[in-house]
Structure formats: C-alpha cells, structure tokens
Design a protein around this ligand. Structure first.
Ligand code: SF4
Ligand code: SF4
Ligand code: F3S
Length: 266
C-alpha cells in the first residue's frame, strides 16, 4: 500500500478507441481499481480531465522525474507516410511523440491489433503506411496484447502482472503474453466436439446452425487464432463471438483484414 504507483502514459495513434472501451469494462479487476489504485495513469487522451498545453506538459514532467521507470501504453499505431502527417498529436506527428515518450520508458504495452500488427489502417493498400509499434520502437520491450479489441480482463491482467512482479510476462515468439495467447480459440472451443464429429454449419440459418454445430465451414478462423476468447470469454465471462453464433474472424492475428477474416475471401 505504501509502494509508489507506477506512472503510465497511454498514447493514442491511429485507432478507433474501442481498446479503451474494452479496458473500462474490466470486471476482474475493475478498471477503476486499476486506474485509481494500482497505477498512476498520468496521461490518456480519452480518460483524463486535463486538456491542452497543461495535459501535454505532463510528458516532460514524467519523463524527467521517472526516467526509465514509467510504462508506455500505446493504443493505435503511427502512420509513417508524408512524414507522419496522417496522425497529429498536440501539433506534432504522432510518430515523433511516440519516439520521444518511448525513449526513456521501462516497457511498452501495445494495446490491440492496431498497435500490435497494424490492423484495419494497415490493410491493403495501407495508404498512410500505418506501422505497428515494434517496427518503430526497436530498442524497448514491447508486450503485444492483440485483439480488436483485446478482452478487458486480459488487458487489466497484463497490467496487474507487470505491476505486481515488476517485470513483463513470459512472451511467445511474436511478443504476446503466453498466459493468454498460448492456445488457439479452437483448442478450447465448446463447439469442438462437433468439429471432431464432422458436424458443420453450412449456412447461418440452417438447422445445423440452430443445433450449435461447428462454424468452420462458414468461415470460423478459430483453428488459426491465438487468443483467450474460448476460455476467458467476454463481458465478464458471459459469451464470445462463436457462442453468439458467428465464427471467429481472427481479430487478434497479424493482418486479419487481408487474410480472409471477412466474407469476400472466405
Ligand atoms: Fe479499435 Fe481494434 Fe484498433 Fe483496438 S485494435 S483501437 S478495437 S481498431
Ligand atoms: Fe473450431 Fe471454430 Fe468450430 Fe469452434 S466453431 S470448433 S473454433 S472451427
Ligand atoms: Fe476476435 Fe476471434 Fe475472439 S474474432 S474476439 S479472436 S473469437
């Protein structure tokens, strides 16, 4: 209780803010406890009261006072085309702000598929040259928490782990925490017995769909998607896309927009 709270600077690049929307819905731990009691969220465009120059001044203060000891959380990514002009943050290209804040941080959390892989902005032909964080900041540990958005409790659990153990969690070869991205959706899917039995939905309104058969033949990407949806689930463990009747579109995988996650390429 007496330990000083770790400062976190949460930046927003090219993104839709639904990673933040997911984060604030965390039930275990509650997002309010993370933000108000566990860490010191000193900057976040969408979750702070301050604005303008007063808000921007916090960068200098935190970087100087907590050099090497603050965490940088990034939602979205920097577009590199036209010298970064496609995303301006406080009058400067976002990529410049990102590099400046990253320089003296302890570690970076890349929230969601935008920061981890590029996501929709980087979909072909990627006109703004949207680029994932680890390709711009190459000299800091980057913890990727992909998903569009990531599961709320996965986000808060990663933060909790880093604050509790003062280290980053074990990562797989792609930089994702193994504890949440070590298995495919398919490995723990409750429809898996139907897959194994060869019982498939052929059309979304057929009898097999009503019986809850496997969604593989209507495009489910669960067999190639690493995420915790079939175990942790969403909305405080209530459900996840497959349980709602739609196949996984692989939203936590690199390049899912271009790799057949959507209907025109199924
Ligand atoms: Fe939005 Fe998805 Fe990007 Fe998160 S990863 S900011 S949910 S587009
Ligand atoms: Fe695998 Fe998808 Fe079928 Fe579930 S619905 S068993 S994840 S193919
Ligand atoms: Fe995304 Fe698939 Fe989970 S679409 S939310 S990884 S079930």
């Amino acid at each position: 209780e007496t330990k000083p709270r770790t400062p976190v600077l949460w930046l927003h690049g090219l993104e839709c803010t639904c990673c933040s929307e997911s984060f604030i819905r965390s039930a275990h731990p509650l997002a309010k406890d993370v933000v108000l009691s566990m860490l010191s969220l000193d900057y976040d465009d969408t979750l702070m009261a301050a604005a303008g120059h007063q808000a921007e001044a916090i960068f200098d203060e935190i970087i100087e006072k907590y050099k090497g000891n603050y965490i940088l959380a990034v939602e979205g990514n920097p577009p590199l085309n036209e010298d970064g002009m496609y995303c301006i943050h406080g009058g400067k290209p976002f990529v410049e702000v990102l590099r400046r804040v990253a320089k003296d941080c302890k570690a970076i959390i890349a929230w969601g598929s935008c920061a981890s892989w590029g996501c929709v902005q980087a979909a072909h032909p990627n006109p703004t040259k949207a680029t994932p964080v680890h390709k711009v900041i190459i000299d800091k540990p980057v913890v990727k928490v992909p998903g569009c958005p990531p599961i709320a409790e996965v986000m808060t659990a990663v933060v909790t782990y880093m604050l509790t153990f003062d280290k980053i969690p074990d990562l797989d070869r792609q930089g994702r925490p193994k504890m949440f991205y070590g298995q495919r959706i398919h490995d723990k899917c409750y429809r898996r017995p139907h897959f194994d039995a060869g019982q498939f939905v052929e059309a979304f309104d057929d009898e097999s769909a009503r019986k809850g058969y496997c969604l593989y033949k209507v495009g489910c990407k669960g067999p190639t998607t690493y995420n915790a949806c079939s175990t942790v689930r969403w909305n405080d463990g209530v459900s996840f896309p497959i349980q709602s009747g739609h196949g996984c579109i692989g939203c936590s995988e690199d390049g899912f927009w271009d790799k057949g996650g959507f209907y025109d390429r199924v």
